[in-house]
Design a protein around this ligand. Sequence first.
Ligand SMILES: Cc1ncc(COP(=O)(O)O)c(C=O)c1O
Length: 416
Amino acid sequence: MTEQPRVTAEHTADKRLRERARAVIPGGMYGHQSTALLPGAYPQFMRGGRGARIWDVDGNEYIDLMCSYGPVVLGHQHPRVEEAAAAQAALGDCQNAPGPVMVDLAELLVRTVRHADWAMFAKNGTDATTMCCTIARARTGRRKILVATGAYHGAAPWCTPRPAGVTPQDRENLGYYTYNDMESVRQAAAAAGDDLAGILVSPFKHDAGYDQELVDPGFARGLRALCDETGAALILDDVRCGFRLHLGSSWEPVGVAPDLSAWSKAIANGHALAAVLGNDAFRDGARQLFVTGSFWFSAVSMAAAIATITALAEERAVEAMERSGAELRDGILAQAHSWDLPISYTGPDVMPYLSFAGDEDHRLGDVFAEHALRGGVYLHPRHNWFVSAAMTGDDIARALEATDRAFAAVRKQIGN
Ligand SMILES: Cc1ncc(COP(=O)(O)O)c(C=O)c1O
């Protein structure tokens, strides 16, 4: 095992950028909002990445276990995706009308995702979840949407986890249920009565900062049956999981088809794109909406999405991620055992979340993450990690070297 930490450069360029950002951007707004929640040792600015490796602005290299919080699924700068994006960029990106790639992509998505009869496009996951709710309301003429307590569906006033600037009216058409608890859904549906427009659900419970919970197939089937009974839309928020768990809807392996699904993150391997997919029953509701954005029809990200989905299939990327995820899980569990540290390692292997027993304030999680970072692996102490298809055996071995040192540091901290 390597004795010295791999990350040695001082974060001087990073510190300078933080100071400059603080002066001209409210709160500094370091990159992704979840990045600001990381322990202080983490860099807040990144220079670039290739495959499963990323570099911060001071030149430190890390094995990337966050994958830009999900978008990078094939690895950074995947050659086929970047070639397709560059070829489209040479023709044009943001124009008076969409490029032919929009129709090609809609056809590919409809072929790839079983429940989909049509596709619409946007930029971010929040656009897609918001559109799904609006389509459900347009189709049913009802108002109420049920969401799981604590679930994340985006950053608009109706769903942001921060209360600042949000009015009670922004939330008045939401009802709440507990994930995997059908009785709580029935109660929330009864409270909505004949005003129930839709039920929004994530493929599994992946609330940041908590152990993850896979979906109970009986719960998924129960939601489907309730929506069939009431005419409400079953809406799957596949923004975080889509095309990482399965090359299709994440609930295809569960055997439950939603009416509408929201996608973004991994569909274009890091290029900005979101999609709403739906079945024929909701086509007319979708047609009625006025939804657009200056950049929503940019052709480059659509060309990138076509290349991404094609590469996911041809390179058997989901299987590759599952293999790497399983290897990582086995290594982590063996290390935790050898250091006699009780941990939970929850969720799918390709999107795991690690927590230490009794570590409610995440103090041990932070120690673990900081030492992993110093050892050259970039992971998150309060958010699920992401495995990409670019991870090699060497990347996993290096990541495990770092996590072993990180477990040693946690052991020492508890000892102290
Ligand atoms: C499950 C889920 N839904 C919606 C969103 C919102 O997506 P975006 O940040 O692209 O607006 C996210 C983002 O993390 C997410 O994880």
